[in-house]
Unconditional design. Structure first.
Length: 253
């Protein structure tokens, strides 16, 4: 197997498994650990993988997006802390937008404990999480459903959202960069997020530390569009201060 074939196989394995480790790749590919480390470094330099201790995880891109099953297993404890801290930022809001994705779904579960709310969402899982809450009025945006996230997109959903003014929007992202802004791989999803930014009085960005420093295909907002960013302590205090310099308050939980 030549070097290019090996890089392709490593990338495929990372995307299939959600993570690859040097200790398992070396015997699997029949090469030395040092060779695997060089291969991982090459894929990281191309923006296809992201280094973690002992190995690497796939970076989301225009050609690859993790599915709901993977997101529901990765960094779950951190995401639950982020969701709980985010829900405490309602500050008397009566209407909220819940984005698609696993962390916003956890926010929806937290909101079910907080009294009367009008919840607007494109996420079918978030709507179902609130469906038995007698205090929540849930408005589901109609449109084409994305199978990967079970959320609606396209012009029907955009038109419905465009007729609303919402107190607080809880938004996720696939990439958060000081230089390139807040991004996501799918243009249709980016359009939904962008409209939510326009239609909300306050915006809260919720993302675990792995999303910082990453860049995806479509920018839907700048850091300065958010009043608050809620993340976990995997983002260092030093890095958090650099993001705060662009406008939002950064909460690490």
């Amino acid at each position: 197997m030549d070097a290019q074939d090996r890089l392709s196989q490593i990338l495929t394995l990372a995307r299939d498994r959600g993570r690859v480790d040097v200790s398992t790749l070396a015997p699997e590919l029949g090469v030395a650990p040092e060779t695997v480390r060089r291969d991982l470094a090459a894929l990281v330099s191309r923006g296809l993988l992201r280094r973690v201790h002992g190995g690497a995880i796939p970076a989301e891109s225009a050609a690859f997006e993790t599915d709901a099953g993977y997101r529901a297993q990765a960094n779950v404890a951190q995401k639950r802390r982020i969701a709980a801290a985010s829900a405490r930022l309602l500050e008397g809001a009566e209407s909220v937008f819940i984005d698609e994705g696993f962390t916003p779904l956890l926010v929806a579960e937290e909101l079910s404990l907080l009294g009367r709310l009008v919840v607007v969402t494109a996420s079918l899982p978030a709507a179902l999480a609130l469906s038995n809450d007698p205090h929540a009025t849930v408005l589901v945006l109609g449109g084409r459903m994305r199978g990967r996230t079970s959320a609606t997109v396209d012009h029907w959903a955009l038109r419905m959202l465009g007729e609303m003014w919402i107190d607080v929007a809880f938004l996720g992202a696939n990439g958060i960069s000081r230089d390139r802004g807040v991004t996501t791989p799918d243009p249709a999803v980016a359009a939904m997020k962008q409209e939510a930014v326009r239609r909300s009085r306050r915006r809260i960005l919720i993302a675990d530390h792995t999303k910082f420093g990453m860049i995806s295909l479509c920018r839907f907002a700048e850091l300065g569009d958010f009043g608050t960013v809620v993340t976990d302590t995997g983002l260092s205090a030093r890095e958090a201060s650099r993001y705060e310099a662009l406008g939002p308050r950064v909460i690490r939980v």
